[in-house]
Design a protein around this ligand. Structure first.
Ligand code: SF4
Length: 403
């Protein structure tokens, strides 16, 4: 389950609008998990019961993705924890919680909005941003889960198989550091994943990391220098420096976890190659691109024409195949932490299995391409204005692709 900054529980990060409860009204999180009809139906499907979960279901994201053979939360979780995770115990106890204690964030990533970022909240207000096309969660104020509700989360932490701390920016809210400590004190077997933008971390925060192999820290870094700064708004050198400091301080390497969007699509292979071939990134455990932006759709790769999209995918697959083979042959990143991705295979899989249609439940497949190209272009021009950088100078291919 996912807990959004607004305190709502949803089945996963892909479906924050499928609300199954609010933490302020829930006493026992496991009871909600057991009894929610939506979650029961999803768990049934994951266990192989095809009867109750289909296009008509309230949450149908995995069903649609599985049919289209594209990335789904179900797949992601089974890759990590194994299909047996849906056994009888898995029916009764929550195993995986993605937690966002607030939407406080210092960044304004080009693929984000105020639902997750307080800085976006200010930007949306200042420029009076509306989004009737997509009905995005915009113009949200700063939102935080109450301290009393954090106590409810602490109760289930000992039995979690995976706790993911996300943002907002997790290190902008000190309560995440307390939750990290609580996890290490009370949970004896699970894994903690912290997904940060990497710009606010201080080495002292990572004191608990020194003695455990059960924490994976991922920084969201989607590309090099100028491209990174255009997408993420934060300082590339600083984030890379923070990753280095963390390695020096704890002996543990950070994972650079990238999100695929229209904005880095043309440079995805280059970015993965850079992380392997450039000795400057020796302090990085590995890089991966495991998620695609489907929402907001104006930042999705599918707004460009299908033939061009397929060409880019094909070229990326060829380059990533070479990279994977090189990594295997050279045993690159030998000694990586247990949970990091092996030899860039998962990133290669994402591209190799990519289909042009079916993204976002397929709801934009038959809409006019021009409409979305224009929306994507306008969004890029807005971010250009804020960053004082022109994305078309950084990725000239995009200018042509959106014409
Ligand atoms: S760091 Fe995360 S929460 Fe903050 S703006 Fe970027 S994507 Fe949104």
């Amino acid at each position: 389950m996912v807990l959004t900054p607004q305190g709502n529980f949803a089945p996963c990060c892909v479906t924050p609008d499928v609300i199954v409860g609010n933490i302020s009204e829930v006493d026992d999180i496991n009871e909600l998990y057991r009894e929610s009809p939506v979650l029961k139906e999803i768990r049934g499907y994951f266990k192989g019961d095809q009867s109750g979960y289909n296009e008509e279901s309230k949450c149908k994201s995995c069903y649609v993705a599985d049919k289209a053979n594209v990335w789904s939360t179900r797949r992601c979780w089974e890759d990590f924890a194994g299909a047996e995770t849906w056994d009888d115990k898995g029916q009764n106890e929550l195993k995986h919680l993605e937690l966002t204690t607030s939407n406080i964030c210092n960044a304004t990533c080009s693929t984000c909005f105020s639902f997750y970022s307080s800085s976006w909240s200010m930007l949306e207000k200042k420029h009076d941003i509306q989004d009737p096309e997509e009905g995005l969660y915009i113009q949200y104020p700063i939102q935080k889960i109450a301290d009393a509700d954090i106590e409810k989360i602490k109760k289930i932490i000992p039995d979690l198989q995976c706790l993911q701390l996300k943002g907002g920016e997790p290190f902008a809210d000190i309560r995440n550091v307390r939750l990290m400590e609580h996890f290490l004190e009370t949970n004896e077997h699970g894994m903690l994943n912290i997904l940060s933008n990497g710009s606010l971390v201080k080495p002292e925060m990572f004191e608990p990391l020194k003695d455990t192999g059960r924490i994976v820290v991922s920084f969201s870094v989607d590309g090099l220098g100028d491209l990174y700064e255009w997408i993420r708004s934060t300082d590339f050198k600083k984030v890379n420096e923070n990753a280095k400091k963390m390695y020096e301080y704890t002996g543990r390497k950070v994972d650079f976890c990238s999100t695929l969007s229209l904005h880095n699509f043309f440079r995805a292979a280059e970015w993965m190659e850079e992380l392997v071939y450039n000795p400057e990134y020796e302090h990085i455990a590995g890089g991966s691109i495991l998620h695609e932006v489907a929402y907001p759709y104006k930042a999705c790769t599918r707004v460009i024409d299908e033939s061009l999209h397929n060409d880019v995918v094909q070229e990326t697959v060829e380059r990533l195949t070479k990279l994977r083979d090189y990594c295997k042959a050279e045993n690159v990143r030998e000694g990586r932490e247990k949970y990091y991705m092996p030899f860039y295979q998962d990133t290669l899989d994402l591209f190799a299995n990519m289909s042009y249609k079916g993204v976002a439940g397929g709801k934009h497949d038959d809409e006019p391409k021009d409409k979305w190209k224009e929306a994507a272009h306008n969004h890029i021009k807005f971010i250009d204005l804020v960053r004082k950088k022109d994305l078309y100078d950084i990725i000239p291919e995009l200018r042509t692709a959106l014409q």
